[in-house]
Design a protein. Sequence first.
Length: 284
Amino acid sequence: MTTAYSETLHKGYGQTFDVEEVLFEHQTDSWHLIIFRNSVYGTVMALDGIIQTTERDEFVYHEMLTHVPLLAHGDAKRVLIIGGGDGGILREVCRHGSVEHVTQVEIDQAVIDMCKEHLPNHSAGAFDDPRVNIVIADGVEYVNETNETFDVIISDCTDPVGPGEVLFSSRFYEGCKRLLNEGGVFVAQNGVPFLQQDEVITTRRRLSPYFADQSFYTAAVPTYIGGLMTLAWGSDNAELRQLGVDELAARYKKSGIVTRYYNPQMHVGCFGLPQYLLQALDDA
């Protein structure tokens, strides 16, 4: 018999999925994880009442969080991924043949193993790429302790509640800035601003001491409900987010990457923010 799973991220508003089959479920004293099948979105993973990823629309999020910074940078050789245990970001990074090394820091090996089993298309074999180094560690501790440096850093974190909250902290941003090579780019998941506006304002305030150019760009991910979601951007080179469509098209063509959501026109347009968000950021 079909049951239902209701998301509880937003008070008084949410979405509900029919659960055709529970593939995995685990409850501890501090968190609840479930992976289930849904007829519309395929395999769905949710943590503590919040949808994390779905088989059907994951490509939107993973492509935009990856190809925007990498193609804007133009010559990224070393990439750091914080979180992202499902492997979607890693898959997209590894599609860039110009990338020579990828370090992924995930706090729990079990997350990677579980996603390999139940969401294999997310990573699509990327964990076996010889350029990849998997580090099982706390992301905040890693960025403040390692001596490695990177051209692009991607924070694929959960919402800023519970264990994911530290990946929205000043200490985390400071550590990421320390690891970036000159001309480097930092990006991070940053919620749906129509419903989580305070999250965007807080991120802007916390990024500003470390990056000369801090902004946001957007992507429309159907299961991250409430409108456009924002992705945080930090760099010391403001020109990197002002590239023209012709230059981006040349880089995109040279990469040989085949995408389903990202393209150079989307890249240029995604940095245009809705007026209510611009006004909120100005007021803050």
